[in-house]
Design a protein around this ligand. Structure first.
Ligand code: PEP
Ligand code: MN
Length: 351
């Protein structure tokens, strides 16, 4: 798709009327300076928070704030809906951009309920609606794809074609890992669905937003959903991941302090290389974790006056691994070499 990037920008949550309006105005100024005339303002009203003791979102009261932004600033607004009541309340308030959050997306019954509620609503209305479906919190491409199909089928909504209604996919990763493979699967199976990156929830870290956007640009994503807050340190949710409007400006002019690593190769090879880098990250994290456990075992052995090298134990581990290698079509010599290297490193750390 060769059109200008699609932007959905705004705070994690609408907190107060002042904060919501100030954020919309500040972003509008940045976007005007950047010459971007079309973008969507986002703000969550009903927040799916982990703990019930934290801010749960302002709820219905914030709908009027979004209406003000639509009417006074002329900005289309988006919010998350997780129940049919929320969906109807948002639509009744004139909100035409709705996103399905990652926690809702993990539950196909809930997604179907929402698709049915939207279907029923649209039976009496010819409004053009856009639905943005986040990937589920678990790494499950089939579930994400299924959710998109539920909306497409229930509503006869086609992928966005640059005009009115449409279904979009939003890639936000799982557990602060990108899970590139999940998005690549979606891209291959539903190539017409626009794919947006949400670097804010993907990383949970404001310092990673720019480099993730740079990767998405090279993987030919269609746009971005990015959290922006005028005072992120005091945000009532997701304080560590929201950009200030100034940081958004830097990001858009490509001057963010980011290591702009170029991924070489054609687009499919770039995807595969991102996937490999992610696997390598996991591998090295696992190795670091293994060394930490090994250090603890070393301390225990010292306390108990045990020998560091326990040959029977290593033989058992190696045999189990070689068995596993056979059933996973891995070369035994490679597995033995890696196990030996890990074992030697463990011995060194325990000395
Ligand atoms: C959000 O966009 O604020 C949000 C809650 O996202 P997610 O569902 O991706 O966690
Ligand atoms: Mn958020």
């Amino acid at each position: 798709m060769n059109r200008a990037p699609y932007y959905i920008l705004g705070p994690c949550a609408a907190e107060t009327e002042e904060q919501t309006l100030a954020t919309a105005k500040a972003i509008a100024q940045v976007m005007a300076q950047q010459g971007v005339s079309h973008w969507i303002f986002r703000a969550g009203l009903w927040k799916p928070r982990t703990s019930p003791t934290t801010f749960q979102g302002i709820g219905n009261e914030g709908l009027a704030w979004l209406q003000r932004i639509q009417n006074e600033l002329g900005l289309p607004c988006a919010t998350e809906v997780a129940t049919p009541d929320q969906l109807r309340a948002a639509l009744d308030a004139g909100i035409r951009h709705l996103w399905i959050g990652a926690r809702t997306s993990a539950n196909p019954i809930q997604v179907q309920t929402l698709a049915d509620a939207l279907n029923a609503y649209l039976a009496n209305s010819s409004e053009a609606i856009r639905i943005y479906i986040k990937n589920p919190v678990n790494n499950d491409p089939a579930l994400w794809i299924g959710n998109i199909q539920r909306f497409q089928e229930a509503l006869n909504l086609s992928p966005y074609e640059g005009e009115s209604e449409g279904v979009f996919a939003v890639h936000r990763g799982c557990n602060h890992r990108p899970c590139w493979e999940m998005a690549y699967t979606l891209r291959q199976q539903l190539p017409a669905i626009p794919l947006l990156l949400d670097p804010s929830h993907m990383s949970g870290d404001v310092h990673q937003v720019a480099s993730l956007c740079h990767i998405a640009e090279q993987l030919e994503y269609d746009g971005y959903m990015i959290e922006v807050h005028p005072d992120p340190a005091h945000a009532l949710s997701d304080a560590r991941q929201q950009l200030t409007p100034e940081q958004l400006d830097d990001l858009l002019i490509g001057q963010s302090p980011t290591n702009r690593t170029n991924i070489s190769g054609a687009t499919p090879l770039r995807w595969l290389r991102q996937m490999m880098d992610e696997v390598d990250n996991e591998l090295w994290n696992a190795i670091a974790k293994r060394m930490e456990v090994s250090r603890r075992i070393g301390a225990y052995k010292r306390e108990q006056h045990m020998d560091i090298v326990q040959p029977t134990r290593y033989e058992q581990m190696l045999a189990a691994r070689l068995d596993w290698a056979q059933s996973h079509d891995l070369d035994a010599n490679t597995v033995r070499a890696i196990m030996d290297a890990l074992h030697q490193a463990s011995i060194r750390i325990q000395q």
